[in-house]
Design a protein around this ligand. Structure first.
Ligand SMILES: Cc1ncc(COP(=O)(O)O)c(C=O)c1O
Length: 379
């Protein structure tokens, strides 16, 4: 079945009692046993739940994995994936990853004995140069948050294979509708389902999708042992959201290219970070490994923070809020918001400054979005 058909149909047929056309929510924390040996396939919701299972089947199919675990947040997904490694292991990642991921690696996992190198992942030689005997993993985020840098997935897969590393890709920014890292040879995909997969800014969630049995068994064990799984209701919301993933992504992208082109011409804008613009230095790479350019974009204004604040106040449609991937457009200031959890030096190294503004384009009319953004910058 085609991708969009699987969005709608995979995992939804779970009701043998009344033939409902949508997956029921099973909020029960526990399931009674038939006898001392057998049960319905579920015993306790931390370990497994039919509604959550429906979502897991759906996401595994969309990403092309063998299985999935749906968890409580994107950070839970990243945490679970990090347990494919152990203290002493070294993991190479980008220097411009999501601030929360940076904090988890730099602070939490480093204090547990994990080691990290944060490098410019656009440069495969920089990744190769960072490899040490104890290197065990490559953590890929592409496009990166917030500067939309593109990591060449095929190059990373090659480096991972040559050096026997587990490659993990955070596919939150594009969703499987636009990019499928597992098909390109990556081992594990993680998501913040809070974003495009759910798509309506009304749930926080995450997912880990694997394609090797060994990885799947470890992730399942960790999610159960650490209690990371999402609630049945949250799973149901994401399953509902994912049904419209394709049409939403198309609508998001129509707005994104229109706003990016306007920003590119605006005198108050110094630089636009959107791989869909032909002028973007990695436009061709993005085109070769993605099926679209997504709807996240960032830009540097010509002036400083005070001007940014004025712009935010002038906007009517773009709400000043963190997060992304919902049907409504959001705008935010990475330095004090999404990337405040990075150190100032790390932000500087990544290229995030007080001029940087990040935008998540919703599915409103492109004309209205362009007019609002233009008005915000002009006023
Ligand atoms: C790329 C990326 N990965 C992971 C996360 C974390 O997701 P969550 O907020 O659902 O924990 C985010 C959140 O913004 C993100 O942008």
């Amino acid at each position: 079945m085609d991708f969009q058909t699987r969005c709608v149909h995979t995992g939804v047929n779970k009701d043998s009692a009344y033939n409902s056309c949508t997956t029921p929510i099973y909020p029960s924390s526990t399931f009674y046993w038939n006898d001392l040996e057998t049960n319905s396939g579920y015993d306790y919701t931390r370990s497994g739940n039919p509604t959550r299972r429906a979502l897991e089947e759906n996401l595994a199919s969309l990403e092309g994995g063998i299985d999935c675990r749906a968890v409580s947040t994107g950070m839970s997904a990243i945490t679970a994936a990090m347990y494919l490694f152990k203290p002493g292991d070294h993991i190479i990642t980008g220097n411009d990853i999501y601030g929360g991921t940076f904090r988890l690696f730099y602070d939490v996992f480093t204090s547990q004995g994990y080691k990290f190198s944060f490098v410019n992942m656009r440069d495969p030689d920089a990744v190769k140069a960072a490899i040490k005997p104890e290197t065990k993993g490559l953590w890929i985020e592409t496009p990166s948050n917030p500067l939309l840098n593109i990591v060449n997935i095929a190059d990373m897969v090659e480096i991972a294979r040559e050096n026997n590393l587990i490659s993990i890709s955070d596919n939150t920014f594009l969703s499987p509708y636009l990019q499928r890292p597992l098909d390109m040879g990556v081992d594990v995909v993680v998501h913040s389902t809070t974003k495009y997969l759910n798509g309506h800014s009304d749930v926080v969630g995450g997912a880990v999708i694997t394609k090797e049995t060994e990885h799947q068994e470890r992730i399942s064990y960790i999610v159960n042992a650490m209690g990371l799984a999402c609630s049945p209701f949250d799973a149901w919301l994401v399953l509902r959201g994912v049904k419209t993933l394709g049409p939403r992504m198309e609508a998001h992208q129509r707005g994104a290219i229109a706003v990016a082109r306007m920003l590119d011409e605006h005198p108050k804008v110094e630089r636009v970070y959107y791989p869909g613009l032909e002028s973007h230095p990695q436009h061709e790479l993005a085109k070769s490994q993605q099926e679209g350019f997504g709807a996240m974009l960032s830009f540097d204004i010509t002036e400083d923070r005070a001007f940014a604040e004025k712009v935010f106040k002038n906007l009517k449609l773009f709400q000043l809020a963190e997060s992304l991937g919902g049907v409504e457009s959001l705008i935010e200031y990475p330095e004090t918001m999404s990337h405040a959890s990075m150190t100032a030096e790390a932000r500087k190294e990544a290229g995030i400054s007080e001029k940087t503004i990040r935008v998540s384009i919703g599915i409103e009319s492109p004309e209205d979005l362009v007019a609002d953004m233009k008005n915000g910058l002009d006023a």
